[in-house]
Design a protein around this ligand. Structure first.
Ligand SMILES: [Zn+2]
Length: 336
């Protein structure tokens, strides 16, 4: 992963680049921001640059200049990046570099056992690279013991160790941990950037790119995964539910909600509700009326209820009935 592959995160990259340029890297960072905006990719690009044997400098014109190994002797470069070719870059790409570790929750949380391994390894010098990098994904899922263990490590950081914590927000992370990290904020991406990159990467038409960008709401990772998976079937299912709701075909709708409530595919249900949100949001942009806002509220509430484990079938039945009632009232109001 090169820094240049990361889209729309100029500010976080600039902060990191400047720290590297000035040789003032912090020993701990907290990357905060929504899902799928490039936090993990940036962490890997960072780890790769620190350990790359043939670092490159990129000038204002985008031209690459080779540097002298570990020394950043390229003054005046716009950015530094890893070479992608040396043994270190290749090992990090394959996930087999002994100095770069990726820690993620095992089942429901990040466990103390994982942290003990990290702490043990962190006391030794890097084996091959110049810096040991520990990337802790979903850092808010550290349990109490794990969080305390990380805190101790941050209080007395070993030499040549970099810890990157990644989280969607700061909630759930001990304030004492936050205060020992440099916090870097990652933001959602603008839709035109997402549309452009979807068209370039997947060669899809404008309309489809627009739909996926609306569905992903600023998360390029989500937009890519929508493109890569078969969204067509889910889209057809959602379109059919919308049309049945508007017609008031409740016999069919109630059987659909029963099927959806028994399905183990909770992700699919989430996508269907998101497609419905995109559909009604579009309607609202075309012609803003109170009804579309109310429908959007109904769908958002349904999502919330399902998240709280309220009976899925009942929640969907209620949603179909409410949306239909709003639409019928709208039609009635338009006739008088
Ligand atoms: Zn390299």
């Amino acid at each position: 992963m090169f820094f240049s592959d990361i889209l729309g995160q100029e500010m976080p990259i600039k902060i990191i680049q400047n720290a590297i340029k000035r040789k003032k890297c912090s020993h701990a960072y907290l990357f905060v921001g929504p899902e799928g905006v490039g936090k993990k990719s940036t962490a890997f690009a960072f780890a790769r640059l620190l350990n790359c044997k043939e670092k490159v400098g990129i000038d204002d014109k985008g031209e690459k200049h080779a540097s002298n190994g570990d020394n950043f002797d390229l003054q005046g470069m716009n950015i530094y990046d890893s070479c992608g070719e040396c043994i270190s870059c290749k090992k990090i790409k394959k996930g087999i570099h002994p100095d770069v570790s990726f820690i993620y929750p095992e089942k429901k949380d990040i466990r103390i056992g994982q942290m003990r391994v990290l702490k043990y390894q962190a006391q030794f010098k890097p084996m091959e690279g110049s810096r040991k990098v520990y990337i802790i994904a979903q850092a808010h899922m550290m349990n109490k013991e794990s969080a305390n263990s990380v805190l101790k490590l941050l209080e007395e950081p070993p030499d040549k160790v970099l810890i990157i914590l990644i989280a969607q927000n700061k909630y759930g992370i001990l304030p004492t941990i936050i205060s020992r990290c440099q916090v870097i904020k990652f933001n959602l991406l603008p839709s035109d950037l997402i549309i452009r990159s979807l068209k370039e990467k997947y060669n899809i038409e404008e309309k489809k790119a627009l739909f996926f960008s609306q569905l992903s709401r600023g998360s390029i990772g989500k937009a890519f995964s929508y493109c890569e998976e078969k969204m067509d079937e889910t889209k057809k299912k959602a379109d059919s539910l919308i049309s049945k709701t508007e017609k008031g075909d409740f016999i069919s709708l109630f059987s659909e909600s029963e099927k959806l409530s028994f399905s183990k595919e909770k992700e699919e249900l989430k996508k269907i509700l998101n497609i419905m949100l995109v559909f009604y949001r579009e309607k609202m942009y075309e012609k803003p009326t109170r009804e579309w806002i109310r429908i959007l509220e109904v769908i958002l509430q349904t999502k919330e209820n399902i998240k709280r484990n309220i009976n899925v079938g009942l929640a969907l039945d209620e949603m179909f009935l409410n949306i239909n009632r709003i639409i019928e009232n709208k039609k009635f109001a338009e006739t008088i």
